[in-house]
Design a protein around this ligand. Structure first.
Ligand code: AHG
Ligand code: MN
Ligand code: MN
Length: 341
C-alpha cells in the first residue's frame, strides 16, 4: 500500500483555488483540466512508444521553423488541439507545430487563447529520454468575433497561467496561475494527478549549468567567458559547477527548479540567433521561474518584458536560479561596456 501524504487531486486543487484565479469564471479551470486530460493521453502513448510503430520516428514533415516533425509531435499536437477545441473554453490556439494560429470559430466568444509546445525535446523521443509539453494561457485582447494575431502576441507579463508536463521517470504537471507554482504527479494506476510538490521554490543558487556545450566555439565571446567561469575552481562559490544537459528544455528546467541551476540557450554562429521560441517555450517557463523565485532573461531584459512581433519568434535565453541568471547577465553586460569603450 502506498503512503500518500494527502490525497489532493489536480481537480480538487483547481476547484479549491478557483476563487484565487485572476478571472474565476470557471473557464480557466476547464482549460487546465483539458490540458491535463490531453497530457494523460500523450503520456499513455509515450509509455508504449517502443512497442508500436505509430509513435517512434519521423512523420516525414517539417514544422514552420524547419524542424523535422516526429510522429509524436504530430500526435501530441492533435491531442491538445482536439481537447482544447471540444470544450469551448478558448477561442483559438497557436502551436509550435502550426505556422499560423488556429481560430476555433465555433467558440469565438470564449475569453482565452492558448500557446503550446505540444512535445518538447522531440529529438529524445526515440531514445527513451524525458520529454515534455509546455503551455501558456492568455486572456484575449480582441473584444469579440474570431481571435486575432494580437491575442497570441502578448507580452509574457500578461500570462494568466502557464505550465509544463514532464514525461519522465514519473509524469508531472507543474503550473502557475500567478499565485506560486505547484507540481502534481500522475499515478498511472488510477489515472489522476496528485499534488506532490506544493509551492515549489527554486533555490536562489545551484551548482548546475545546462547548455549545449558542443556549440561552445560558436557562442559569443562573453558566453564562452561565463561558461569558463562556471568551470573554474572557487571553493567559496561552490565552483566548478556540474554540467548537465538533457536536450529537452522542460527536463533541464525541471531539474534546475528542484535542485537549483541555470539553463542557457545563447545565440549561436553563424546565425547569431537563439533557438528557443518566445511564445511556446520561453514565456511560459519564465512565468514559472519567476513565480518560484527564479529569473529568466534574454541577456539584457526579462524574457516576459519582450514585446512579441511574430508567432515563431526566437531568442537567446538564460533561465533558472536568480543569482545564477544575475551573474550571467552581469558578465554579458560588462562585456558590452568593454565593447563600447
Ligand atoms: P522542440 O523539441 O520542441 O523543438 O524543442 C527542442 C529544444 C529544447 O527542448 C532543447 O533544450 C533544445 O531544443 C535542444 O537543442 P540542441 O539540440 O540544439 O541543444
Ligand atoms: Mn520545445
Ligand atoms: Mn516541440
Amino acid at each position: 500500500m502506498n503512503n500518500y501524504r494527502k490525497l489532493i487531486t489536480l481537480d480538487e486543487f483547481i476547484f479549491q483555488r478557483e476563487k484565487d484565479f485572476a478571472y474565476s469564471s470557471g473557464e480557466l479551470s476547464g482549460l487546465l483540466r483539458d490540458i491535463a486530460l490531453a497530457s494523460k493521453i500523450v503520456n499513455r502513448e509515450v509509455n508504449k512508444a517502443g512497442l508500436v510503430t505509430e509513435i517512434l520516428g519521423s512523420a516525414g514533415t517539417h514544422n514552420s521553423t524547419g524542424d523535422d516533425q516526429k510522429k509524436l509531435d504530430v500526435f501530441a499536437n492533435d491531442q491538445f488541439l482536439s481537447a482544447l477545441k471540444v470544450s469551448g473554453e478558448c477561442c483559438g490556439i497557436a502551436s509550435e507545430e502550426s505556422e499560423e494560429y488556429i481560430p476555433f470559430t465555433e467558440h469565438q466568444n470564449a475569453k482565452y487563447v492558448v500557446n503550446l509546445d505540444p512535445l518538447d525535446g522531440s529529438s529524445n523521443i526515440d531514445v527513451n529520454v524525458s520529454i515534455g509539453t509546455i503551455f501558456s494561457i492568455f486572456r484575449r485582447v480582441s473584444l469579440s468575433g474570431p481571435c486575432v494575431a494580437e491575442d497570441f502576441l502578448q507580452k509574457g507579463t500578461q500570462q494568466v497561467a502557464a505550465g509544463y508536463v514532464i514525461y519522465g521517470s514519473s509524469t508531472m504537471m507543474v503550473f502557475t496561475t500567478g499565485n506560486g507554482v505547484n507540481g502534481f504527479t500522475l499515478d498511472p494506476s488510477v489515472g489522476e494527478f496528485f499534488l506532490s510538490h506544493p509551492d515549489i521554490r527554486i533555490p536562489g543558487k545551484g551548482k548546475v549549468y545546462s547548455v549545449n556545450q558542443g556549440n561552445y566555439i560558436n557562442f559569443p565571446e562573453p558566453i564562452r567567458r561565463y561558461i569558463d567561469w562556471c568551470t573554474t575552481e572557487d571553493k567559496p562559490t561552490g565552483r566548478p559547477y556540474s554540467f548537465r544537459y538533457i536536450g529537452s528544455m522542460v527536463a533541464d528546467f525541471h531539474r534546475n527548479m528542484i535542485q537549483g541551476g541555470i539553463y542557457m540557450y545563447p545565440p549561436v554562429a553563424p546565425s547569431n540567433k537563439g533557438k528557443l521560441r518566445l511564445l511556446f517555450e520561453c514565456n511560459p517557463l519564465a512565468f514559472i521561474a519567476e513565480q518560484a523565485g527564479g529569473k529568466a532573461s534574454n541577456g539584457e531584459i526579462p524574457v516576459m518584458e519582450i514585446e512579441p512581433t511574430e508567432l515563431h519568434q526566437r531568442l537567446p535565453v538564460y533561465i533558472g536560479s536568480a543569482e545564477m541568471v544575475d551573474k550571467a547577465e552581469e558578465m554579458l553586460r560588462k562585456s558590452k561596456m568593454v565593447e563600447k569603450v
